[in-house]
Design a protein around this ligand. Structure first.
Ligand SMILES: CSC[C@H]1O[C@H](OP(=O)(O)O)[C@H](O)[C@@H]1O
Ligand SMILES: Nc1ncnc2[nH]cnc12
Length: 331
């Protein structure tokens, strides 16, 4: 069974350049490999100081001409393990196109009974359970800087989704028992009801004991993909929100079979159709209401560098200027 759908128009013959800025991007996870509802107009191969992104970036436009960049996180043929995703190149490439806001889709396991397989979750917090073997920052020896990350997702994007997409009745594909999928969002901006995504290393799924620990920590869902993507987006001053698509109950739920790829694939087919529908709706919403997304992050890294200006080398500045043209004038 293949989850890879092709755009109506093949992309091989598309131009390899695109003039003009693209401010909004979608990163597709498992089950979302393109934006079938939009018209593709260019397919870009972008080289960055951190290598090439997971896939070429497709630029598509809505009927009203709003451009959107799309990138497949694990590659167009899904040949990259979560650990091997070149997240720095992905984020840097999007930033270089003029992107200011990113919505990223990801397949997740549910850690809570009320989050059923096929439900979608818009998380507000992250717990890092990766193992330290993914490059997690654009900064390096000779260029020390620190980004704020207490609020790891973008509140404006979060609110746009919460306020414009109905919780029930929007997502389709009821399960065998006739239960319809729900969109879970935090009710307001206060901390009490955060929806927390645990990011584990993988590629193996969790043991039952681990899964129970994550529940005791208040985890809502679990994946292998939100980090370092979210951290790098913050460093690059991009507004970033993940949308999690639940495929299974992970391993904690002893009333359910422990997670298998078969369970996941069945639910992914339903999720994939809903992801396309939600992405299309979000693009319309962002094109109408998202003009200033990322505005409050702009400039945030300029004054977050600890290293003395006179000691920044030309080599390191060349890399940083790919992300932040005009910051820290070369001396
Ligand atoms: C196919 S299940 C495990 C896999 O799914 C998620 O990936 P993605 O974020 O691309 O949807 C999860 O993080 C794991 O990488
Ligand atoms: N149970 C799970 N754990 C980690 N990543 C996942 N992606 C989908 N289901 C998952």
């Amino acid at each position: 069974m293949s989850l890879h759908r092709e755009n109506a128009q093949g992309s091989a013959e598309l131009p390899s350049t695109y003039d003009g800025p693209v401010t909004f991007a979608i990163i597709g996870g498992t089950g979302l490999y393109n934006l079938p509802n939009l018209k593709p107009v260019a397919r870009l191969t972008v080289s960055t100081p951190w290598g090439f992104p997971s896939s070429p970036i497709t630029i598509s436009v809505t009927e009203k001409g709003f451009p959107v960049a799309f990138l497949a996180r694990h590659g167009q043929a899904h040949d990259l393990l979560p650990t091997d995703v070149p997240a720095r190149a992905n984020i840097a490439a999007l930033k270089s196109l003029g992107v200011t806001a990113v919505v990223a889709f990801s397949a997740v396991g549910s850690l809570q009974q009320e989050i059923k397989p096929r439900d979608f979750v818009v998380p507000t917090q992250i717990i890092d359970r990766t193992k330290g073997n993914r490059p997690l920052t654009f900064f390096e020896k000779g260029f020390v800087a620190h980004a704020m990350f207490g609020e790891p997702f973008d509140l404006k994007l979060n609110r746009l989704i919460r306020d414009h997409i109905p919780k029930t009745g929007f997502l389709e594909a009821e399960d065998k028992k006739g239960v319809v999928p729900v969109l879970h969002t935090k009710p307001d901006d206060r901390g009490a009801e955060d929806l927390t995504v645990i990011c584990m290393e993988g590629p193996q799924f969790s043991t039952r004991a681990e899964s129970k620990i994550y529940r005791s920590w208040g985890g809502s869902v679990i994946n292998m993909s939100v980090l370092p993507e979210a951290k790098l987006a913050r460093e690059a001053e991009l507004a970033y929100q993940m949308i999690c698509m639940s495929t299974d109950y992970d391993s904690w739920n002893e009333d359910e079979e422990p997670v298998t790829v078969e369970t996941i694939v069945g639910n992914l087919n339903a999720n994939s159709a809903n992801a396309c529908k939600l992405a299309a709706a979000l693009i319309e919403i962002v094109s109408e209401h998202g003009k200033d997304l990322g505005a409050e992050l702009k400039g945030s890294m300029k004054f977050s560098v600890s290293t003395a200006n006179h000691s920044l080398s030309k080599e390191v500045l060349a890399k940083m200027h790919f992300l932040f043209p005009g910051y820290w004038p070369a001396h």
